[in-house]
Design a protein around this ligand. Structure first.
Ligand code: GLN
Length: 471
């Protein structure tokens, strides 16, 4: 008999629905001891006290705007920026009763994998304080893993929801590109950016995602397809499904514990009624290179708006040109400057064909490979990262090493596919490891269905609840 999960929203809701828990006994949130929460409003007016999400304080990443709140993107440049409006995703959640009560730190403008590039200082991992929570949504992940929030919104451009979920023992859910409106998300790389969810169970992530999806007149790239019920898909099980394993990508160096947990999951899948099938994604190994070129090019273009005249920091000087230089020199941190340099370089006359246009063509080919595979299997499965959380300080000055943790997450981003990371076990140091499922475009329902089946199985196999809330 499974113990009731008082640490998940859906577990608590289940008890409340059955009258087994008093609304006054919903466990309170804990303090943040990880430098994760950067803003709390004085008071939060609930739009709808009766919504399912109403009893559960949630967090927003600092690049998703909320009316009247700071949206700093953890940068000096937007340090004093207060948003005049709320993102569509935020508005929809609040209409559904969600109580967003805090804003979380991130790698500046979403660029990074460790949350060490936040202007407010590094965020620590609740499982081990000397390690990174992952990035760039590391503040959101640390807040949820430490019990400071029940769920958090993050953003995922190349893995920034899934990697922190993996490093912090959480579920991280990135929808199909365009499934959740990007209106009110500060852009980093527009052709890749997605708002996603960090939560403590697949059902919790599904509940939050359900309330954000759907077309939005404010975002011309949002998808028109009707929204299916994700909570309704949870009970489907994995029986009869084909799970594709991208073997060529998995030739990469895996930390031994990731390899052994991963092999255990593979051997468990037939027991759930699923068929495991090898698939080939030969171009996926080029994913990081392609991603770096395209994401930097888009970032350089998107960040051109910060010239000191419209938003945030302003350093007026004798001429407009000097003012722009002074503003950007003072306002951006080293990683953002590096991306702007890369992005400007790959778009420059003489390099554009060889770098930017070639990367775009490779992205198309990689996308075709991913979509072809997803015609032959229902979902792809692979580890979320080749490793567990790495020590703070280890990679902050080494962009190549920093990017290496994204090797398994960027293919789904480049192809625009939905992806879900869930905990698959712990390494020899007791640090969480993530398993990633990638679905076809609009396959969110399929992902929560397989994710829930695996989650139930892994919890059962562990013989106990996973220690979701480390002390
Ligand atoms: N780590 C990747 C980067 O630094 C992905 C970031 C993201 O998804 N926002 O670009």
């Amino acid at each position: 008999m499974r113990r009731e999960r008082l640490d998940t929203m859906t577990g608590v809701l289940d008890l409340l629905d059955r009258g087994a828990l008093d609304p006054g006994d919903v466990p309170p949130c804990r303090e943040d001891r990880h430098n994760a929460v950067v803003f709390r409003p004085d008071s939060v007016q609930a739009d709808n006290d009766t919504g399912r999400l109403a009893p559960f304080p949630g967090a927003l990443k600092a690049n998703i705007v909320h009316q009247g709140w700071p949206a700093t993107c953890s940068s000096r440049l937007l340090e004093n920026y207060i948003s005049p409006f709320s993102a569509t995703a935020v508005q929809r959640l609040e209409e559904a009763g969600a109580r967003l009560t805090m804003v979380t730190a991130m790698d500046e403008f979403g660029m990074g994998s460790s949350c060490e590039y936040a202007a407010t200082g590094p965020v620590t991992n609740p499982w081990c304080e000397s390690r990174t929570p992952g990035g760039s949504s590391g503040g959101s992940a640390a807040a949820v893993a430490a019990g400071a929030a029940w769920f958090a919104l993050g953003t995922d451009t190349g893995g920034s929801v899934r990697l922190p979920a993996s490093f912090c023992g959480l579920v991280g859910f990135k929808p199909t590109w365009g499934r959740v409106s990007r209106h009110g998300l500060v852009p980093f790389a527009s052709s890749l950016d997605s708002i996603g969810v960090l939560a403590r169970s697949v059902a919790d992530a599904a509940l939050v995602m359900q309330n954000m999806m759907g077309q939005d007149p404010h975002d011309a790239t949002s998808l028109a397809a009707p929204v299916q019920s994700l909570p309704g898909a949870l009970g489907g099980g994995a029986s009869g499904l084909k799970i594709g394993i991208p073997c060529d990508l998995l030739d990469s160096e895996l930390q031994p514990a990731v390899g052994s947990c991963w092999r255990a999951v593979l051997s468990d899948l037939p027991g759930l009624g699923a068929t495991v099938q090898e698939v080939r994604l030969p171009l996926a190994r080029n994913g990081i290179g392609v991603y770096q070129i395209l994401a930097s090019a888009e970032a350089a273009s998107n960040l051109a708006r910060y010239d000191g005249s419209l938003y945030g920091l302003s350093r007026p000087a004798a001429s407009y040109q000097r003012g722009v230089l002074a503003t950007r020199a003072a306002g951006f941190g080293p990683e953002v400057k590096r991306r702007i340099l890369w992005g400007t370089h790959v778009l420059a006359e003489g390099y554009r064909d060889e770098l930017y246009l070639r990367a775009r063509a490779l992205r198309q080919d990689l996308t075709s490979q991913v979509l072809d595979c997803l015609k032959r299997v229902d979902v792809l499965a692979l580890p979320t990262a080749p490793e567990s959380a790495f020590p703070l300080g280890q990679r902050a000055d080494d962009p190549r090493a920093m990017h290496a943790s994204d090797v398994f997450t960027v293919p789904a981003s480049l192809a625009g596919c939905p992806a879900l990371s869930l905990p698959m076990g712990l390494d020899q140091n007791g640090l969480p490891l993530g398993l990633q499922l990638v679905g076809p475009p609009l396959g969110e329902g399929l992902l929560v269905r397989v994710g829930k089946a695996l989650e139930d199985h892994l919890l059962f196999a562990a013989g106990k609840e996973m220690p979701w809330l480390p002390d």
